[in-house]
Design a binder for this molecule. Sequence first.
Ligand SMILES: NC(=O)c1ccc[n+]([C@@H]2O[C@H](COP(=O)([O-])OP(=O)(O)OC[C@H]3O[C@@H](n4cnc5c(N)ncnc54)[C@H](O)[C@@H]3O)[C@@H](O)[C@H]2O)c1
Ligand SMILES: [Zn+2]
Length: 367
Amino acid sequence: VRSGGIPGAVMYELHGSMIALGPALEGIGGDAIRERIGERRGVLISDSNVMPLYGHKLADRLGVDPADRFPFPAGEGNKNRIEWSRLTNAMLNRGVGRDSVVIAVGGGVAGDLAGFVAATYMRGIPFIQVPTSLLAMLDASIGGKTGVDTPAGKNLVGAFHHPELVLIDPTTLRTLPQREYRAGLAEALKHSLIDSADHFEWLNANTTALTALDAETLAQLLRRSLSVKHRVVLADERESGVRKTLNAGHTIGHAVESASEFGLLHGECVAIGLVVEARIAVALDIAKPALIERISVAAQSLNLPTAVPESIGVDAVIAATRSDKKARAGAVEYALLHDVGHVASAQSGYGTAVPDEVVRDAIEGSR
Ligand SMILES: NC(=O)c1ccc[n+]([C@@H]2O[C@H](COP(=O)([O-])OP(=O)(O)OC[C@H]3O[C@@H](n4cnc5c(N)ncnc54)[C@H](O)[C@@H]3O)[C@@H](O)[C@H]2O)c1
Ligand SMILES: [Zn+2]
């Protein structure tokens, strides 16, 4: 953590990104973005919900030409190559050149999609992230991963491309729907689980304040989560080792998300994944049985689901795990917890292969 930089902000530096937590977009935050853009041409990409809430206001403040504001329809179902193609064509038609900066405003979908547009447009132009969902603030906007989903699975086409600046204004969360906010808390739960018992206990002790969106508790949550993500990505940018710990809950989570055909939110699937993967860890004798209960109770107190819904078949989930990026030479890898604060198999790169029968039992055991 660095102080200085932007007044009143908690600053982090990560592989060339400046991350600023705190400053309001309609004040110092907006000024910081304008300064960063400087003489370059700013183009703003935002989804159809966030553009009218924050995108246009910020674009006005930054002097972005109305024709250089590119909305796309909100939702995970639009984080795909069709929208990537439409957005890049629109930018080409407007004559957006290499001297431009993409400003991505919205949740993780806007960040991943606009980031991938920036990563590929004319072989890569800079971008700035303005995350407005909790999930994007504490996870998706940090770490340089951009990309889109494909019919074969999530995030399978993408690029590493770090934003120049990530500007996090937590007051934008006031308009975020409750269900989306809770989904973001699932990633905070994951961060606490891979971090330490202390972090996990802090989260458990503050669920009421967090559900009520208490500003000071929320600021602390963001600081804690950002520190974990920052530390891990700093140590292993390209995910050859410790960054894999961030995949906890995500092998099952991504599979359930694909199998639900976007009926469930990413964070909801991560909560389910954390519980099901704890069951897997217990079945493999990697964790003690009490871990399942500890994680389930924490998820429930954040009003998050803990079981794969009956409407989603076990076979569909198992089939979906195979298209996950974490599948290596046919074996699906899991970042399993040994205990709160400890991911198992550090010697073998934090990946554990799991037989299908064990996955099947864990999914069925969760419902
Ligand atoms: N790149 C990474 O490292 C990384 C990490 C985690 C997740 N992700 C990706 O992030 C995505 C999920 O992100 P998400 O949960 O933010 O979804 P999202 O971007 O779809 O946003 C959720 C919903 O909230 C709306 N919204 C966002 N901010 C709002 C605000 N302030 N007020 C009102 N409405 C608002 C959006 O329009 C959308 O309808 C997934 O695609 C996931 O794969 C990426
Ligand atoms: Zn996630």
